[in-house]
Ligand binder design. Structure first.
Ligand SMILES: [Zn+2]
Length: 358
């Protein structure tokens, strides 16, 4: 039988975005990544928290840790009422205004998916006071078409079920895509492509490389914290999908980065002051790779780098990201050249990052 061709970068992004993976429930994402990278690495394991850690042995015993998080923001059923409506808690950072009217996909305790909608009253029945008012997350409800708690249970619904706002990945133009969970499935896709390039001999580093596909970043960098302790790296790079905010309503002095301007290099965010020599090294690599790049406006957001650089006695850590619009919402957008240029930049970083340790 002919060997199935390795999927294209864009197919990997699509499949990863469509996969179900709120924090702590990233099993499907992990399984997809494992299937692709198992032949490309010397060792592959899952730790107790749910990190998927791949290792490629290098000439040197010095260790480079790459990190991208597998989880996405989601919801969890916290209460089921007598009329069969579900109430939910937030998993990760959501703006409460986002939820109204969206379709959700939830996973039952026996691993079956069931569907619902976050209900909202139409204008016809709203009182004047209710109209135009923001609703708090705890006041929303999910309608799964059940008329009682018993019916909801028959459907598979139970307290503790995790879910996502569910929309399929789609093409908007030949270069623009829309989908959920671009934060940080774009990062996962980039790590997969780097491992593939290394396995094919197209990308070389003397360092031993650990690729950590991290759990629960959205809950406070939890997976990366323990993975970094276990790996004990000499240098680390966090790869993210970040806050592209070049759209109406965001002032230029509050826009952390923009789409169509290439990979985003961090100098400082809410979780790390990137050592200047690491930031300068990234900028140099972008110039050598001849790709457009941008500096992320300090100090918006945070990444797994925040946990990794504080591990043990400290780790020299940098952050590179793809600018994605509308993260932490049901649909984000991606400009393909931003993704491709981030891959080129990371290739150059990997070729030279050992020089920072000499
Ligand atoms: Zn992220």
């Amino acid at each position: 039988m002919p060997k199935a061709a390795f999927p294209s970068g864009l197919t990997i992004v699509r499949d990863l975005c469509n996969a179900f993976g709120p924090s702590g429930y990233e099993d499907d994402v992990r399984a997809y990544i494992s299937g692709l990278i198992a032949p490309l690495v010397n060792d592959l394991r899952v730790d107790s928290t749910g990190n998927l850690i791949a290792m490629r042995k290098g000439r040197s015993s010095k260790k480079l840790m790459l990190d991208a998080h597998t989880d996405e923001v989601g919801i969890m059923v916290r209460y089921i009422d007598e009329h069969g409506f579900l109430r939910f808690a937030k998993i990760g950072g959501w703006d409460d205004r986002v939820f109204a009217g969206h379709r959700v996909k939830l996973r039952s305790q026996n691993d079956r998916f069931y569907h619902g909608v976050i209900g909202m009253a139409p204008p016809h029945v709203l009182t004047d006071e209710q109209k135009g008012k923001a609703v708090k997350a705890e006041d929303y409800f999910i309608d799964i078409g059940a008329a009682s708690a018993e019916e909801a249970a028959e459907r598979g619904a139970a307290v503790g079920d995790a879910g996502v706002l569910d929309y399929p990945f789609a093409e908007m133009s030949a270069q623009h895509y829309v989908g959920k969970a671009l934060d940080d499935r774009v990062g996962c896709a980039l790590l997969i492509l780097l491992l593939k390039a290394m396995a094919e001999g197209k990308l070389r580093t003397p360092l031993t490389v650990y690729a950590n596909f991290a759990t629960s970043e959205e809950l406070g960098l939890r997976g990366a914290r323990v993975a970094a302790f276990g790996i004990d790296p000499d240098v680390a790079i966090a790869v993210e999908g970040t806050i592209g905010s070049d759209f109406p309503g965001v002032a230029a002095d509050r826009c952390p980065c923009s789409q169509r301007k290439g990979p985003v290099i961090s100098i400082a965010d809410n979780t790390i002051m990137v050592p200047r020599r690491m930031a300068d090294f990234m900028i140099e690599c972008a110039e050598q790779a001849k790709v457009a790049y941008q500096i992320k406006m300090p100090t918006y957001g945070g990444t797994d780098a925040g946990a990794i650089h504080l591990s043990r006695a400290g780790v020299l850590t940098g952050v590179v990201a793809v600018p994605c619009r509308y993260i932490h919402a049901p649909n984000g957008t991606l400009f393909r050249p931003d993704f491709e240029d981030t891959l080129k930049l990371l290739g150059q970083v990997m070729k030279r990052v050992h020089t920072l340790l000499e």
